[in-house]
Ligand binder design. Structure first.
Ligand code: ISE
Length: 366
């Protein structure tokens, strides 16, 4: 891999100029809305990286997007991107149903990959990737749950780790979109929207969800056919922390994501544009604007996520600290599947997880 760590370090005696660190050459698969955004980010705002190869099932789209990436070439298939000699790392932003095969191919080719969510379309497929990565002998799969790189998320995580909030008792989440596309159903609400809060549970609380219940009620007249909007999810973790997730995706107003952690020593809220707002300690007032959708709201988080991934590829660690992993993708898929089942079940549905391979799995068992 052409990563800076492969360049021999210059010694104090050396008279030769230090070799310029080489950019990580990224292949991008799928350059629709999110993929094009990442090409632009990698080309203009990410240090130590450049886009070298691009593919999309619409060749014309790939050609257009590649123009924003100096020196990038277009190929016809994802397989060509993954196999290319001038690709050190792969970013996957294709539709979710292709992720399993594409991530497997990256693992087989020994190329680090940042895959947009979902990791796969169901827990069994996601677990195949966990196992394949484990068998490859090194962690190389990062999953694009960008909220983990949001400043407010980071501050809340730091506060929890420092014990400032005491024992977490409740995690209250709100997820509001101005609108969604026609055809967006209750199942999409779970797999596409609630999945972010489901991953937030792994990120903040670092323990499994044991049960989940979806609750539907009166719906807004703006909701597409087949969607109960708003919807509530109630989740319980192994240690008994309760999580509420209020989803409302046809507000007609804007994009709002708020998270409140209520702990035994204090409560803290994020998502109100000022970072961490602590209400049971020194409170802060909020007066801000509501962004239109998730791209402006989480632009800095996407930038930080991609930059951290490139840094991890460059230093050989391959997966950035705090990034979602293949295991996190499997856990999210398992909780989503239970939430989907609860849409038609009476009451809560239990979540069961397979054993995590490797030393982490042994720790989980204790
Ligand atoms: C969309 O797919 C996303 O990932 C957004 O972050 C989320 O807010 C939205 O509800 C989803 O549809």
């Amino acid at each position: 891999m052409n990563a800076p760590q492969d360049t021999p370090p210059s010694t104090p005696q050396s008279t030769a100029p230090a070799a310029a660190p080489q950019d990580i050459r990224v292949g991008v698969i799928g350059v629709g809305r999110m993929g094009a955004d990442h090409v632009e980010r990698l080309s203009r705002r990410t240090k130590g990286a450049r886009v070298s190869v691009v593919s999309d099932y619409l060749r014309e789209t790939a050609e257009t997007v590649a123009q924003a990436a100096p020196g990038a070439r277009v190929v016809d298939t994802p397989e060509e991107v993954i196999a290319a000699d001038d690709v050190d790392a792969v970013l996957i932003a294709s539709p979710g149903q292709f992720h399993r095969e594409q991530v497997l191919a990256c693992i087989a080719a020994g190329k680090p990959v940042l895959c947009e969510k979902p990791l796969a379309m169901n827990p069994a497929d996601a677990y195949d990737l966990v196992r394949a990565e484990h068998e490859s002998g090194r962690a190389s799969v990062s999953l694009g749950f960008m909220r983990r790189f949001d400043t407010g998320y980071g501050e809340l995580k730091d506060a929890l780790e420092a014990g400032e909030l005491g024992t977490p008792l409740l995690l209250n989440c709100k997820h509001r979109n101005a609108d969604v596309l026609p055809g967006f159903t209750n199942v999409h609400m779970v797999y596409d929207s609630a999945v972010h809060e489901i991953d937030a549970i792994s990120f903040f609380l670092e323990e499994p969800v044991v049960s989940v219940q979806t609750i539907t009620g009166r719906s807004t007249e703006h909701a597409p056919e087949g969607l109960s909007d708003p919807m509530l999810l109630l989740l319980r973790t192994a240690s008994g922390t309760l999580v509420t997730d209020e989803l409302y995706v046809s507000t007609r107003s804007g994009y709002e994501v708020r998270t409140e952690l209520v702990g035994s020593k204090g409560a803290a809220t994020i998502g109100q544009e000022t970072g961490l707002v602590t209400t049971q300690q020194a409170g802060r007032r909020w007066g801000g604007t509501v962004p239109a959708d998730f791209r402006p709201r989480f632009a800095a988080a996407y930038d930080a996520e991609v930059q951290a991934w490139i840094a991890a590829v460059a230093d050989g660690s391959l997966v950035a600290p705090r990034s979602a992993t293949a295991w996190d993708g499997y856990v999210a898929a398992a909780v989503c599947e239970a939430a989907e089942q609860s849409l038609t079940a009476d009451g809560a549905v239990e979540v069961s997880l397979l054993q995590r391979p490797g030393p982490e799995g042994a720790r989980d068992e204790r």
